[in-house]
Design a protein around this ligand. Structure first.
Ligand code: GLC
Length: 631
């Protein structure tokens, strides 16, 4: 038998000894590698393994401290002074609240987030963080990003495919900045337009949100959540946030937001739960619990504390396999006894807590509750498994750092064209005496009103900052600039308060507007936002419309009390919050596109008529749900 082996090893005894040494060395090698594992088979770092196996392997390696760390979401402002906490505490997620940590470019965002990611990867098991933001109508934390109409405008366009395309562009412009997760879409169903979050709803009929959810979730999450054009989506706020009773909120000066939903389980399911079934069926990876409470007959219960709704219904009945994120300090609202609040929320089915400031206190509290046996290890393992599953799907273990190759497309003409298309499609023509519209574009036009040249007003809340600002953070074109672009042959005079002589103008355009707001700050009766036309805008309407044929355009997050001001108004348009592309408002005005939008919410005669919804026994609005003239 040919001596292919060296003489020394041909003797069986020596051969087996050599093999034993080699085998032992191999076993020792596997055992002494970094506990985080290597790419050896059966190891969570092995990207070829099924996700469930990777999750199981990683979970099996984690200490309870590391597991609880993964259930912790901190805000950048809290972690920034102590970034080492990310590794030391194994914090699972970061977010920046609506008004903090803004960066001017995708690269600057990516640099910031990657810096935190590097810290996180120093942890024993090297589990990456997932970074979330409220990119609810574009990546509005990025000045150059495209800003789409808020959901109420998209609902008016009755075009789920368009809403899906808007979500896909938002996802690309968000991931290009190194951000992995958006807290959108709100699949809320606004039933009282006095609610400051009405504009985050697609409309008062759950059928719109049900129709839109699949396209929007697919738009955000794409075919592959790991792609640099996809982000994890969040269906929010579970459940019934748009169905609260006026005056039931106990938060700040809010009236509706974070209030109590007491409409009975059948109506809760039909109106507010159904859109979540659509989002879950579409594969949404996260759901955000609502600040509001639901009263099913035994008194109000905070949804963050509601095991029936969060676990039995959402995870059991609806089959939700992603993870539930709390809202901002939403857990704290459950009880003044923080330990009770924490264990109640986790046992109810909250998987990750948007603490977001005192994260060490949260971690210590939850660990103590587990230690005491008041929160089971099984519940912790379930929560962490859900979180890790999404992190693996996002590709964060393979690509933990930003891929900014899409940064060149942020704010591109192609993206802005879609936002302009969406703005145009969202316009609802409510009156058109004498077929005044569309204009020819050769007229002498007098433009007035607080919304004509105020980009911040057409963007609304969640734009650059939490509440939005009249002087916009984000780039875009005002409605006035849009008119000038679409009708270059028109002779335009602009005077916000209509103090300039109207002269021989052929037609007047008065753009009235709400100032931006977000959440309960915008609740009518909570503060300065009263759903009424301002004195200045009312005066501008009266001046202009008494002198010439006039169009009134309403820039608002919801129907406002316009009836008292309609004397002499020839045409009336609901523009909603059209976003960064003001030309989209001008396009149908001059016939570049047709008017085709319809009301996604009932337009009442008076604010005090709210709540008023299609299907009400007594229904006598100024303009009914579904109304819209065409041209
Ligand atoms: C807010 C909102 C929620 C948002 C979260 C993070 O309070 O209720 O919609 O996603 O905090 O900003």
């Amino acid at each position: 038998m040919g001596a292919s082996l060296p003489a020394l090893v041909r003797r069986p005894a020596v051969l087996w000894s050599a093999l034993a040494v080699a085998l032992a060395a191999a076993v020792v090698t596997v055992l002494i590698v970094v506990p985080g594992g290597s790419s050896a088979d059966g190891d969570y770092r092995d990207a070829d393994l099924p996700t469930a196996d990777r999750v199981a392997d990683l979970l099996g390696r984690m200490t309870m401290e590391e597991k609880v760390g993964q259930m912790t979401q901190a805000t950048v402002a809290a972690v920034d002074p102590a970034p080492a906490d990310l590794a030391d505490l194994g914090i699972g997620s970061l977010l920046n609240g609506g008004s903090e940590a803004l960066r001017d470019t995708p690269e600057a965002w990516a640099e910031m987030i990657d810096g935190y990611q590097r810290q996180a990867l120093e942890s024993r098991l090297g589990i990456p963080i997932v970074y979330g933001i409220d990119a609810v109508h574009g990546n509005a934390g990025l000045p150059g990003a495209v800003i789409f109409p808020h959901n109420i405008g998209l609902g008016a366009a009755h075009d789920p495919d368009l809403a899906g395309r808007a979500a896909a562009i938002t996802a690309a412009e968000t991931r290009a900045a190194g951000i992995h997760w958006t807290f959108a879409p709100c699949v809320c169903v606004a039933r009282d337009s006095r609610w400051g979050r009405t504009y985050e709803s697609y409309g008062e009929d759950p059928g719109i949100a049900i129709e839109y959810a699949p396209a929007v979730v697919a738009g955000y999450q794409g075919e592959d959540l790991a792609a640099n054009t996809s982000v994890l989506a969040t269906a929010k706020h579970y459940v019934g946030d748009g169905g609260t009773g006026y005056g039931t909120s106990t938060t700040d000066s809010y009236q509706l937001d974070q209030g109590v939903v007491a409409i009975g389980e059948e109506e809760l399911r039909a109106i507010h739960l159904a859109p979540f079934q659509a989002a879950v069926d579409a594969g949404v990876g996260s759901v955000m619990a609502s600040f509001s409470s639901v009263d099913l007959g035994e008194g109000p219960l905070k949804t963050h504390a509601d095991e029936y709704l969060l676990t039995d219904v959402l995870k059991g009945e609806l089959g939700f396999e992603g993870f539930v994120i709390s809202d901002w300090q939403g857990v704290d609202q459950i009880s003044s006894d923080y330990a009770e609040a924490v264990r109640t929320a986790i046992n109810a089915g909250v998987d990750m807590v948007m603490v977001p400031f005192e994260y060490q206190k949260f971690i210590d509290t939850l660990l103590a509750e587990v230690e005491a046996g008041r929160v089971s290890e099984e519940r912790i393992d379930d929560a962490v498994s859900r979180i890790l599953t999404q992190k693996f799907a996002l590709g964060l273990f393979e690509q933990p750092y930003a891929d900014t190759s899409g940064a060149a497309d942020v704010g591109s003409d192609a993206h802005r064209a879609v936002a302009r298309e969406a703005a145009a499609a969202s316009q609802v023509l409510l009156r058109n005496e004498g077929d005044l519209l569309p204009l020819t574009g050769d007229e002498s036009i007098y433009v007035a009103g607080s919304g004509a040249d105020a980009l911040g007003r057409q963007l609304g809340g969640w734009s650059g900052t939490w509440q939005g600002t009249v002087q916009a953070v984000n780039e875009g074109t005002s409605i006035l600039a849009g008119i000038e672009e679409v009708a270059p042959g028109a002779a335009i005079t602009y005077s916000e308060d209509a103090s300039e002589p109207i002269g021989a103008a052929d037609v007047g355009i008065v753009v009235v507007a709400e100032d931006p707001y977000a959440e309960g700050v915008g609740d009518a009766g909570a503060g300065t936002h009263d759903m009424k036309v301002s004195e200045e805008d009312a005066a501008a309407i009266a001046t202009v419309c008494a002198a010439v044929d006039c169009v009134v355009i309403v820039v608002s997050g919801r129907p406002i009390e316009i009836e008292p001001h309609l004397e002499g108004v020839d045409a009336l348009v609901a523009a909603w919050l059209p976003g960064s592309e003001g030309a989209g408002v001008a396009d149908p005005l001059f016939g570049a596109t047709p008017y085709g939008g319809t009301l996604p919410v009932t337009w009442p005669k008076l604010v005090e008529d709210e709540p008023v919804n299609v299907g009400d026994a007594e229904y006598d609005p100024l303009f009914p749900y579904g109304f819209g003239l065409t041209t």
